[in-house]
Design a protein around this ligand. Structure first.
Ligand SMILES: [Zn+2]
Length: 266
């Protein structure tokens, strides 16, 4: 009798242990809502400025994401899943974006995302394209779009600092300037690449409720900042947060950015 009671107790303890460990991980993954959206700028063999991620470190980050079961999804897929719950996201989603249209996106980033088959969204300011020496060309952008992995969206027309412009212009002129930056960028990207532009990355991450209103009036349905946290469906769609990734985000630092986004919905 004593012996069988002990056996039952042992079984119960084993069962409780199983219940407390394995399923809790599964539940956490299912319930977590925050999705890390990463933003890169430039790539290269060495760090020439704060915005450069060396190509080797970028590749290590991609390899780490794959090895840890993260699924890189497009920004469109993320927004669609929020708009329509019928679009279920894969587990452990992560989004990759790159701002500014630097030429190293073509020379350094493209070969790697092709190898890993990871989608990315580029936020470009068209005044620089096929114009500034550091920038991509329209041909390079078109080639990237043809891979099916690259989407191109707006970073305004010439990347102004809206704080400076508001200080320098009359209210009416400021509004006209912002609306022109927002609409001209959409038009030019659409003309060159045949893309429907509805996403915006705020230059320098600068945004406020007035700017968000104007972005909506200009036809943007989502806009992105540089606020360092995971994005969720409960966020303001015109101020969605992203993690700015630098070359220092290696190993444990990178893991913390990604894994820190995994939390239970409260
Ligand atoms: Zn920028």
């Amino acid at each position: 009798m004593r012996r069988s009671l002990q056996a039952i107790l042992t079984t119960l303890i084993a069962l409780i242990t199983v219940l407390l460990t394995a399923p809790s991980r599964g539940v956490a993954f299912q319930e977590r809502d925050g999705v890390p959206i990463l933003v890169y700028h430039r790539f290269g063999a060495s760090v020439t400025d704060a915005m450069t991620v060396t190509t080797g470190v970028f590749e290590q980050q991609l390899a780490w994401l794959r090895a840890h079961g993260y699924q890189i999804i497009s920004l469109h897929a993320l927004l669609e899943s929020w708009r329509d719950p019928a679009n279920v996201l894969p587990s452990r989603p992560v989004v990759i974006t790159a701002d500014d249209g630097h030429k190293s996106v073509y020379t350094e980033m493209l070969p790697l995302i092709r190898r890993y088959h990871f989608p990315v969204t580029l936020f470009i300011y068209p005044s620089a394209i096929s114009n500034a020496s550091y920038a991509l060309t329209w041909d390079q952008l078109a080639e990237m779009v043809r891979t099916g992995l690259v989407d191109v969206q707006s970073h305004t027309y010439w990347h102004p600092n809206f704080h400076h412009e508001r200080a320098r212009l009359s209210p009416a002129a400021y509004r006209a300037f912002v609306m022109w930056q927002l609409t001209r960028s959409k038009e030019v990207i659409s003309q060159h690449l045949g893309i429907n532009v509805e996403m915006l990355a705020w230059p320098f991450g600068i945004h406020d409720s007035e700017l968000e209103q104007w972005a909506a009036a200009a036809g943007y349905s989502a806009a992105f900042t540089l606020e360092r946290r995971a994005a969720s469906r409960n966020d303001n769609p015109l101020a969605l947060p992203r993690f700015l990734i630098t070359d220092r985000d290696r190993g444990a630092r990178f893991a913390t950015i990604i894994e820190g986004s995994e939390h239970r919905e409260k």
